[in-house]
Design a protein around this ligand. Structure first.
Ligand code: SF4
Ligand code: SF4
Length: 386
């Protein structure tokens, strides 16, 4: 008798010519080291289809989606691209936990329907934090829906995404409820490194989001090249940094151009983290850059807020840190232009540093005693278009 495996047991697709694969925790699945975040797809469906088809051709087998991304259209934009090629790939769905079992279950059904899938290999409990554990575990809570969906073959593995503290993320992992975790991780932001190490110890797959710093690490930095002694585009260094961490399963990037997918796949294919002491060298280089600007840097805690003039202080201090620490402002004439100016342009007029009247209230509240007024003034002075 022929035994036909159910879709839930099929191995993931591979293209050894163009991609490397890494274990997804202890699930037994081998996930592509580069994965695709679908949160930056757009109304241009032809372009979306091209991106997804290129990603599939390059051997990417993990696609991150959520119904709420792209103004609620992320999964509608993803569906046509995977329509005839959904075998052997992970298309991950996501929903928040502060709802009833009934709503969560209906949400899984709805997302499967939009994506045209029979089941999710991974479904994420999204934006999760330790204080929400009771919502998950209570009678009629989300765990009940997860178990029902598993029993009915609608989901195979469950992960969570979080911006909670690294300690709380570890507590969530230690409940044993999750097979994977999605956390922000890149050269600029290493706050979750402890959580990632713990995930490795527990056999939990790690999807590193924002490996290119939300686009910041796509910009040229002579300082980074020198400090890391690597003569290559910043994005290539950034991917190498993330993948040099053996506990990361995949680096998930919201790639918006076909050439980014091709370049990133090439970077991943060429880079063998096991063949060198690259991790130590890169960590030392990044640490040296931080120390060069002094021990005290903005940790994004937000204690300086609110500003009576409406200035978005943490955002500006993050730009200041990345400019001063990592040289991420680039040559204004080079592609893709000056990152700091571009990032400042995203802020509404009421949030801009130009509104600062130097009152000094923020500095009294900053636990790192940072010279916020001076930093904002320098930022504005050197990036006058912002
Ligand atoms: S010094 Fe500037 S940024 Fe700080 S609180 Fe006063 S107005 Fe806001
Ligand atoms: S209080 Fe200080 S460390 Fe915290 S966000 Fe504001 S500037 Fe950064």
């Amino acid at each position: 008798m022929n035994i036909v495996p159910t879709p839930n047991t099929e191995p993931l697709a591979r293209n050894e010519q163009t991609m490397r694969y890494r274990p997804m925790g202890k699930t037994g699945l081998m996930v592509s080291a580069l994965s695709m975040g679908c949160m930056r797809l757009t109304e241009d469906q032809d372009h979306n289809d091209k991106l997804i088809s290129t990603a599939l051709d390059m051997g990417i087998n993990y696609f991150e989606t959520a119904r709420g991304y792209c103004g609620g259209s992320c999964q509608d934009y993803t569906a046509p691209g995977i329509k005839t090629r959904d075998k052997g790939i992970i298309v991950s769905g996501k929903a928040g936990a502060d709802v009833t079992s009934y709503s969560f279950f209906k949400e899984i059904e709805r997302q499967l329907d939009i994506l045209g899938l029979t089941h999710f290999k991974f479904f994420q409990v999204g934006w999760f934090a330790w204080p929400s554990i009771p919502y998950l575990l209570r009678r009629g809570g989300v765990l009940q829906a997860i178990n029902k969906a598993k029993d009915e073959g609608m989901i195979q593995y469950v992960g969570f995404t979080s911006h909670d503290t690294p300690e709380n993320c570890i507590r969530i992992m230690e409940t044993g409820l999750f097979d994977s975790v999605i956390l922000p991780y890149n050269m600029l932001y290493r706050g979750y490194e402890r959580s990632i190490t713990r995930a490795g110890e527990l056999g939990i797959g790690v999807v590193a989001m924002c490996p290119v710093g939300g686009g910041a690490l796509a910009y040229d930095s002579h300082e980074l090249k020198e400090a890391l002694n690597m003569d290559m585009p910043t994005a290539a260094m950034a991917l190498r940094f993330v993948l040099s961490n053996p506990d990361v399963s995949t680096a998930c990037s919201g790639m918006t151009k076909v050439e980014f997918i091709n370049q990133n796949a090439q970077t991943v294919k060429e880079f063998d983290p096991e063949k060198s002491d690259i991790r130590e060298l890169m960590c030392e280089g990044v640490d040296r850059m931080r120390l060069a600007v002094g021990e005290k840097i903005c940790t994004n805690c937000g204690y300086c807020m609110p500003c009576p003039q409406g200035v978005n202080i943490p955002h500006h201090m993050e730009l200041y840190r990345n400019w001063k620490c990592f040289g991420l402002n680039a040559d204004p004439d080079s592609w893709p232009g000056n990152w700091v100016v571009n990032a400042m342009a995203f802020l509404g007029p009421e949030q801009k540093a130009t509104n600062c009247n130097q009152c000094g209230d923020c500095e009294k509240k900053c636990p790192n005693e940072l010279p916020i007024r001076d930093s904002l003034a320098k930022l504005v002075q050197n990036h006058s278009n912002g």
